[in-house]
Design a protein around this ligand. Structure first.
Ligand code: ADP
Ligand code: MG
Length: 232
């Protein structure tokens, strides 16, 4: 699995009537990598991520996942792609309030015939003791861990994370970043993390910076710092 983004352009508004948000973005992301997309607010990071996730249309260019052009798929094919390959994590956790932690995760367990082992996943994410609680009984960090478990249970090849630590304090953010590292190692998941936390650039394999709808910098890290050692 690898991702190729080729010269994508995108404007919002009817018929693309608003200003262009992505102004010709091209890149390639390799399997098993952790890639950070950094850039100021409004630069187009989420738009790029949503395009890779097939959540948004583009005006021109292409997005290919393992050679399959997802920008050409019909609605049914696109939903199969999302179901089979993708997990999404957002700044706000979007848990179902009247389901327990375990039940929230189970909602997605049935999407695949080959889910990860529930108990092992709960253990990996430090949720074993919280599995019978409701979201309102959890801290922000615990809720995000539940959202991550929900995205992971179907063992997606690609996990797209939009500001995963955006609503969390320092300590909880560090824990989530350490978890992201662990998930990548244990399950081989490819991760793309959109963030404006620039400290994250030190822990990832690859950094893509976006400025005003264009890639302004793109490099591979030769030295990778463990998330546990990040400071900001
Ligand atoms: P980032 O994630 O880097 O903060 P976004 O990709 O969310 O940036 O947004 C890039 C630009 O596109 C911003 O100017 C934003 O206001 C605009 N935008 C995002 N989503 C929409 C939308 N649904 N309709 C109109 N404009 C949008
Ligand atoms: Mg955003």
């Amino acid at each position: 699995m690898f991702i190729e983004v080729n010269d994508i352009k995108k404007s919002y508004g009817e018929g693309g009537s608003y200003a262009q948000v992505l102004k010709g973005v091209s890149t390639r992301i390799e399997k098993g990598q952790i890639c950070a997309i950094l850039g100021p607010s409004g630069s187009g990071k989420s738009t790029l991520l949503n395009t890779i996730g097939g959540l948004d249309t583009i005006d021109s260019g292409s997005v290919k996942i393992s050679g399959v052009e997802i920008t050409q798929l019909n609605a049914k094919e696109l939903s199969l792609y999302r179901r089979n390959y993708l997990g999404f994590i957002f700044q706000f956790y979007n848990l179902v309030p009247n389901l327990t932690v375990k039940e929230n995760i189970q909602v997605c367990e049935y999407l695949t015939q080959t889910p990860l082992d529930m108990n092992e996943l709960l253990e990996t994410l430090g949720l074993t003791e919280h599995q019978k609680k409701f979201p309102s009984q959890l801290s922000g960090g615990q809720q995000q861990r539940c959202a991550i478990a929900r995205a992971l249970i179907k063992n997606p090849e690609l996990l797209l994370c939009d500001e995963p630590t955006g609503a969390l304090d320092y300590q909880a953010s560090r824990e989530i970043l350490m978890l992201i590292e662990k998930i990548n190692k244990r399950y081989g998941t490819t991760l793309i993390i959109v963030t404006h936390n620039t400290a994250i650039k030190e822990m990832v394999d690859r950094v893509i910076k976006i400025k005003d709808g264009r890639i302004s910098d793109d490099y591979v890290n030769t030295v990778i710092k463990p998330a546990s050692q990040l400071e900001w």
